[in-house]
Design a protein around this ligand. Sequence first.
Ligand code: NDP
Ligand code: 8X3
Length: 253
Amino acid sequence: MNKLPPKTIFITGATSGFGKATARVFNNNGWQTIITGRRGDRLETIAKELGQNCLPLAFDVSDRKAVEKEIENLPPDFSNITVLCNNAGLALGLEGADKANLDDWDEMIDTNIKGLVYCTRAILPIMVNNKNGHIINIGSVAGSYPYPGGNVYGGTKAFVSQFSLNLRADLVEKGINVTSIEPGLAETEFSIVRFKGDVQKARKVYENTTYIKPEDVADTIYWTANRPKNININRIEIMAGFQAFNPFNIVKS
Ligand code: NDP
Ligand code: 8X3
């Protein structure tokens, strides 16, 4: 009997955190794994660890032409993408809106919104042609619950959540599933990036608490990608066991 061809996942932001853990889970389960990010040296190291079923592609998701070129030039063995995991993203700064750096806002919008949209649009024709595929977008609890300093970061993640639902509305008749996975506090390089390399400040975020591990998110992505076709998981929100909601901030004079 002929064996089914291996499935292929395309993961953005696989040089660290959720993306790297996700690459490991899928690859260990026999999936062909396309790992992407800007740091090519890291991609090479991960590709060496994962072996021949892994294809590293170094590019910036916010560079529309680069995204289109990389996807147009996928080697035939890796071109039948089954799952696109739009994970690349970042928060920059935690200043209030009146003090925030506009360049940081631009970069978050360019990466978390435009990058995600570019990758989605470039890969969709492959899925539509195959009448099969699953887009798994990484949002955040910050897209549903505001917090001081979350401003544009939270806004970009609200976009991810709503864009995912609208994508699903467009793609339901084409056999393509769409899911938005929305985690809370997780220890990755996220806070080091947010605080521009200040490791001490980043470490404080995770002090004396229990947070989500990158492997927890990777397992959730793997579970989502392996549901039977008669269901679509629209949205999953995950918080750390010791994270919950704040009361409203009522300012009294
Ligand atoms: P990390 O900083 O550990 O990983 C972010 C990844 O995104 C890196 O691989 C980075 O690769 C990649 N990336 C960033 N900018 C670009 C770009 N312009 N082009 C290509 N790749 C890029 O953080 P996380 O793993 O935590 O973050 C992954 C996703 O999860 C993000 O979308 C984040 O917003 C979201 N999230 C994180 C939470 C957390 O608490 N950690 C909670 C909820 C959601 P490189 O620098 O090599 O380009
Ligand atoms: C990352 C989680 O709460 O730091 O998206 O914004 S949070």
